[in-house]
Design a protein around this ligand. Structure first.
Ligand SMILES: N[C@@H](CCC(=O)N[C@@H](CS)C(=O)NCC(=O)O)C(=O)O
Length: 200
C-alpha cells in the first residue's frame, strides 16, 4: 500500500490531495518536520533532505511533490490524472508539472527575500513573469489542460493557495476563480481538513 509521510500545514497537503483524487488505498505516517526524533528511518530513506512530502510504495521511496505526483499519476493510470505518453496534451502537462518546483517556488522565494533578479538569466524569469504566464495558462480554464483536471492542477492549485495564504497572490479574477474551483474539490477539502485536526 502507498504510504505518505505527512506533516500538518506543509507541502505534504498536496500529495494528500493527490491521493484523495486517485482513490487508491493509502496510509499516512505523521511526523513533525521540526522534531528530528519523529523522522523514521523509512522516512529518511525516502527523503534524503528530511523534507515532506515523501512516499513509500513497495520498493519505490521518493520525495518532492512534483516527483511524487509524476510517479503516482503514471504508476496508477486508472486515476486518469495524467495524459498518456502519446496524448498531445502530454507536453503541456509536463510543462505545468515542473512549473511549481522550477518556476513558482523560486519566484516565491524571490518575492519573500526581495531578490533583484535578471528576468533573462534567472531560470524562473521573475515573479511578475511567472504570474503573467500562470494567469495566461489558467485563463481558458477550467483547468490547466482545459476540461481535463490533472495532477498539474494539484501542484499548481496548491501553489496558488500557498501564495494566497502568504499574501503574495495578486487580486485577479482568473486566479481567484481557479483557486475556488480547486478548493471545491472534495479531495482537496478532505486533505485540508486533516491539517485542521492538528495543532502546530
Ligand atoms: N521541493 C520540495 C520542498 C519540500 C519542503 O521544503 N518541505 C518542507 C515543509 S513545507 C519541509 O519538510 N521542511 C522541513 C525541513 O527542511 O527540515 C517539495 O515540493 O516537496
Amino acid at each position: 500500500m502507498i504510504k505518505l509521510f505527512w506533516c500538518p500545514k506543509t507541502r505534504a497537503s498536496r500529495i494528500l490531495w493527490m491521493l484523495e483524487e486517485m482513490g487508491e488505498p493509502f496510509e499516512i505516517e505523521t511526523l513533525d518536520v521540526r522534531k528530528p526524533e519523529t523522522k523514521s528511518v523509512e522516512f529518511l530513506a525516502a527523503s534524503p533532505m528530511g523534507k515532506v512530502p515523501a512516499i513509500a510504495d513497495g520498493p519505490v521511496k521518493i520525495a518532492d511533490s512534483a516527483a511524487i505526483a509524476l510517479y503516482l499519476a503514471d504508476r496508477y493510470p486508472a486515476s486518469a490524472l495524467a495524459p498518456s505518453i502519446d496524448d498531445p496534451l502530454r507536453g503541456s502537462y509536463l510543462y505545468w508539472m515542473t512549473f511549481t518546483p522550477g518556476v513558482i517556488e523560486p519566484a516565491m522565494a524571490e518575492k519573500f527575500n526581495n531578490w533583484k533578479v535578471n528576468r533573462g538569466s534567472s531560470g524562473w524569469g521573475d515573479y511578475d513573469l511567472m504570474m503573467e504566464v500562470l494567469e495566461k495558462g489558467l485563463a481558458p480554464g477550467p483547468w490547466l489542460l482545459g476540461d481535463r483536471f490533472s495532477a498539474a492542477d494539484v501542484l499548481v492549485g496548491s501553489s496558488v493557495r500557498f501564495m494566497k495564504l502568504f499574501g503574495i497572490l495578486p487580486e485577479n479574477p482568473v486566479l481567484a476563480s481557479y483557486l475556488e474551483r480547486c478548493l471545491a474539490r472534495s479531495g482537496y477539502a478532505s486533505a485540508l481538513a486533516r491539517d485542521d485536526e492538528f495543532e502546530t
